[in-house]
Design a protein around this ligand. Structure first.
Ligand code: 13P
Ligand code: SF4
Length: 302
């Protein structure tokens, strides 16, 4: 393993490459990364890094977003099979149908979506900035796609707007059940419940804090409590334990595991650097159209 890691470091310099990783990937892959973060942070960093090549350790929509925001750079997926099923759970015909029904509508697209869907959106959002962006939009009607759970959560916080929700979902987060949290709370009565907004509303109702992966890590590190029940993918336990060695973190159930993120291995990072396999290639016209929605997100989220 040491040889592989040394070779990755050499190749990074040789190829002027930077490694970006999402919190959900394996700890040994995150150890190689120059930047680790939530979806919003990764898209922001992709714009500011000086290197010519970005190796993306995450799912495909993250690589596509990095490419759209930096069309001059080479963006290479560490593992081409790493895709997020929710990214495909919206329909372009349905977007056009909704646009015809409402004059005053904004199509708000969660970043967990394919480039083909982003092309038809007015603005992108992530779980860390969706509330701020939806509130800032002048339109009264919001078509929120693909994630129904995140959309419903934002709707509950912005009652002055009319929401039409897509029907996408994340199988990892929707597998977290309220009963499991209630059981965990009985065992750990002092623990705070921290949940990602992709969880279902009955879970969010009993959470002490709701936020993105970065938000959850930040909250747990700053909060005076010593125990936390974590309702998101278990990859973030790595940062939570590393940053807070004296605190205790419990995950609920055994299904908080994103099989797509976990496909990425250290050998894939080496292969991406050696062979430039799995480069994200998008049509120039598509990049231009998607860039409107993603760049608007970066501006409105500031
Ligand atoms: P974050 O933006 O909170 O990192 O979430 C991304 C994601 O895919 C959650 O399942
Ligand atoms: Fe997609 Fe869910 Fe995995 Fe996030 S955890 S990348 S939403 S499948």
């Amino acid at each position: 393993m040491d040889n592989i890691i040394d070779r990755i470091k050499e190749l990074k310099k040789e190829k002027d490459a930077v490694i970006l990783a999402h919190y959900y990937v394996d700890g040994e892959v995150k150890e190689l990364a120059d930047y680790i973060g939530d979806s919003y942070y990764l898209s922001e960093v992709a714009v500011t890094v000086p290197q010519k090549t970005i190796i993306l350790c995450g799912v495909k929509f993250m690589g596509e977003s990095a490419k759209i925001l930096n069309s001059g750079k080479k963006v290479i997926m560490a593992n081409a099979a790493s895709d997020c099923p929710m990214a495909h759970m919206a329909d372009v015909d349905k977007i056009e149908e909704i646009r015809k029904q409402y004059k005053d509508i904004a199509v708000v697209c969660y970043i967990n979506s394919t480039a083909e869907i982003k092309e038809h959106a007015d603005v992108c959002v992530t779980s860390s900035n969706a509330l701020k962006i939806v509130k800032a939009l002048p339109q009264k009607n919001i078509y929120f796609i693909p994630d129904e759970n995140l959309g419903r959560y934002i709707k509950s916080l912005v009652p002055e707007k009319n929401f039409i929700l897509g029907d996408g979902f994340c199988h990892v987060h929707t597998s977290i059940k309220r009963e499991d949290i209630e059981k965990a709370r009985q065992i750990h009565p002092n623990a705070k419940v921290l949940a990602h907004p992709e969880c279902t509303m009955d879970v969010l109702e009993i959470a002490d804090y709701i936020g993105s992966t970065s938000g959850i890590i930040d909250y747990a590190s700053k909060n005076e409590s010593e125990e936390f029940i974590i309702c998101t993918e278990m990859g973030i336990l790595y940062e939570l334990k590393k940053n807070n060695p004296n605190k205790k973190f419990y995950s609920v159930g055994h299904r908080q595991f994103c099989p797509n993120m976990k496909l990425i291995k250290v050998e894939d990072v080496l292969n991406a650097l050696e062979n430039s396999d799995n480069e994200i290639i998008l049509d120039d016209a598509l990049i231009l159209k998607c860039n409107d929605a993603l760049a608007k997100m970066l501006v409105l989220a500031k």
